[in-house]
Design a protein around this ligand. Structure first.
Ligand code: ADP
Length: 161
C-alpha cells in the first residue's frame, strides 16, 4: 500500500494543482491532499473553505482524500503512514525552496521521500496568487480554476470592489 501526501496551501486550488492531483493519484494507491493550516500566513480562504473546494473538485477521484493539517509535514506523514510527499515544480524559481524543504524533511523523517512532478506546459505559469489578483479586478479566471469554484472566488471580492 503506497500512500502519498500532496501538501500545500491551495488558496484556492487551481487547475495546475488539480493536474498534479490527477497525475499523482494514478501512481499511488492513496493520495492525501494535505491542506496546510498555517497560523503564520493569512489566507484568503479559511481552512474549511479550502478543504471543501478541494473535495468538490476531486469528487470523481476515488483514491484521493482531502485532510487539513497543522505543524510539521513529517509528523503528518507519520500520523497518516504516508511514505511519499508529492510536490509540483513549475520553474527553476520553485527549485531552490523545494530542494531545501525536501532535504530538511528527509532528515526529520527518513521514511519519507519527496517526489516531484513537473507542471504540465498548460499550467506552468499558474499560481493561486495570480488567480486571486485577476479575480480581485473582476477578470476572467475560468481558464485557471475548476469551473465549480469560480463563483466562490469572485464572492470573496464582491464586497471589496
Ligand atoms: P505552498 O504554499 O506549499 O507553495 P501551493 O498551494 O502554492 O502551496 O502549492 C502546492 C504545491 O503545488 C507546490 O509544490 C507547488 O509548486 C505546486 N503547484 C502550484 N501551482 C502549480 C501548477 N500550476 N502546476 C504544477 N504544480 C503547481
Amino acid at each position: 500500500m503506497i500512500r502519498a501526501i500532496y501538501p500545500g496551501s491551495f488558496d484556492p486550488v487551481t487547475l495546475g494543482h488539480l493536474d498534479i492531483i490527477r497525475r499523482a493519484s494514478q501512481k499511488v494507491d492513496e493520495l492525501i491532499v494535505g491542506v496546510l493550516n498555517n497560523g503564520g500566513k493569512t489566507p484568503l480562504f479559511s481552512i474549511d473553505e479550502r478543504v471543501s473546494m478541494l473535495k468538490e473538485v476531486t469528487g470523481g477521484l476515488s483514491n484521493v482524500k482531502i485532510l487539513s493539517f497543522s505543524g510539521l509535514l513529517v509528523d503528518f506523514a507519520r500520523q497518516t503512514e504516508a511514505t511519499i510527499v508529492v510536490r509540483g515544480l513549475r520553474a527553476i524559481s520553485d527549485f531552490e525552496y523545494e530542494l531545501q524543504m525536501a532535504q530538511t524533511n528527509s532528515i526529520l523523517n527518513s521514511e519519507v521521500d519527496t517526489m516531484f512532478l513537473t507542471a504540465s506546459n498548460d499550467y506552468s505559469y499558474l499560481s493561486s496568487t495570480t488567480v486571486k489578483e485577476i479575480a480581485s479586478f473582476g477578470g476572467n479566471i475560468e481558464k485557471f480554476v475548476p469551473k465549480e469554484i469560480c463563483s466562490r472566488i469572485y464572492e470573496k471580492y464582491s464586497g471589496k470592489r
